[in-house]
Design a protein around this ligand. Structure first.
Ligand SMILES: Nc1ncnc2c1ncn2[C@@H]1O[C@H](COP(=O)(O)OP(=O)(O)O)[C@@H](O)[C@H]1O
Ligand SMILES: [Mg+2]
Length: 378
């Protein structure tokens, strides 16, 4: 082995170390084993520069057992067709727009799709009201620019530009928060598949394998409406809220388990009863009716999404670990539930009190939860 080989190996193992220590590893690192196992058994045709076939990408997202016995954990719990349409779109010349209310796993699905298709989920532009055109096109290294004038060396490519040049998947988060004129930068990229660089009289052409996944929030509708020219470049896939309470409990417990392991929190199985209650409360208030369909409820202003249920339960497990007996109990989640439900201190508090007194209080086996909620609500 030559010196430079050893050195590059050292560097790689150091990078792997950092990735392992990362508070939140990227999907392609966290699930590297599953992705490798899929690639090994995957004998279906792969689109150019795809790491996996569309079938294997869908299996990675939905979970399954491979012919060699490897278990692929489900990342997305929901209708299979949604995932199939999303994956197929990425193999066409249209880009993918994931639309849905907050917490429906748009970001999560986008990350896992990019990881499975391109092996890299980090070519990411975060959309905000202040996202400049340079974040989507390219910027300049000003020291270089002033010293030597515009050149390829002075150019700082955006993640989208890098994805185009390398035939990878680019991601744009919260597309509709980006001002309309900046959004329109994407039209040329998505229709002509090129990014002109007038300063150099040059362009970067997208190579095969390039595509783009954007996410947008249903609730932002009307903030910066997508222009119809841009919308035509996208195939829109709407991610629904979990269909049943069981699905939602499944999603929450899986995700909490993953998060909890990296934080050394108590195990989830002992806390299933509490997870069930948090999900029930969230669903009932969100839907405005009790699970048995008997009592109409008022919905509070918060979104009470699955993602919020996940953070309430994770917070509860941390309380149980550090200040309780290590088992998730009603008193560990009560404050979190209250914080998610009561966003508007006046109106939401009334809705919460009413729910507490008319529904929670009367429910069999919920006495401890009622008491815990009363304590934190006082
Ligand atoms: N249907 C689902 N399947 C799997 N995980 C889900 C689902 N819905 C929500 N989640 C979980 O909730 C979180 C959703 O967060 P995120 O992707 O940021 O939502 P969004 O971008 O839609 O606001 C993720 O941690 C994900 O694990
Ligand atoms: Mg998101």
């Amino acid at each position: 082995m030559t010196v430079s080989e050893t050195e590059s190996e050292n560097r790689q193992s150091r990078a792997e170390c950092v990735a392992e220590e990362a508070l939140r590893p990227h999907a392609e690192h966290a699930f590297a084993g599953e992705l490798a196992a899929l690639a090994a058994v995957d004998d279906r045709p792969r689109p150019v520069r795809w790491r996996l076939s569309p079938w294997a990408v869908a299996t990675y997202l939905l979970g399954g057992v491979l012919s060699d016995g490897t278990v692929i954990t489900p990342k997305y719990v929901g209708p299979r067709r949604i995932v199939e349409v999303a994956v197929t779109t990425l193999a066409t010349d249209r880009a993918l727009l994931l639309l849905g209310v907050p917490g429906t796993a748009k970001t999560w699905v986008s990350e896992h799709l990019a990881a499975a298709v391109s092996g890299d989920s980090t070519l990411l532009v975060q959309g905000t009201a202040g996202t400049p055109e340079e974040a989507i096109r390219y910027g300049w290294n000003y020291a270089q620019l002033l010293a030597h004038g515009p050149s390829r060396d002075a150019l700082v490519p955006s993640p989208v530009m890098r994805a185009m040049a390398q035939g990878m998947t680019a991601r744009v988060e919260e597309l509709t928060r980006i001002p309309a004129d900046v959004q329109d930068t994407l039209i040329t990229i998505l229709s002509e598949k090129t990014l002109p660089i007038p300063e150099l009289g040059a362009e970067t052409q997208a190579v095969r394998g390039f595509n783009l996944i954007a996410t947008a929030n249903d609730r932002d509708r009307g903030v910066n409406e997508l222009s119809s020219a841009l919308r035509r470049r996208f195939n829109t896939v709407v991610l629904p809220l979990p269909a049943t309470a069981e699905d939602e409990v499944d999603i929450v417990s899986r995700r909490v388990d993953q998060l909890g392991r990296s934080l050394d929190l108590p195990s989830v199985p002992d806390g299933m009863a509490e997870i069930h209650r948090v999900v029930t409360v969230f669903r009932e208030l969100r839907e405005g009716v009790t699970a048995d369909g008997r009592t109409k409820l008022k919905s509070p202003s918060g979104t009470l999404s699955t993602a919020e249920a996940i953070s309430v339960v994770t917070g509860g497990l941390a309380l149980a670990a550090h200040f309780g007996d290590g088992v998730l109990r009603a008193s560990d989640v009560a404050a979190g539930v209250l914080g998610s439900v009561v966003r508007d201190p006046a109106a939401d508090r009334v809705i919460w009190q009413e729910y507490l007194e008319t529904v929670v209080r009367e429910r069999d086996g919920w006495k401890d939860f009622y008491r815990a909620c009363r304590e934190v609500s006082a």
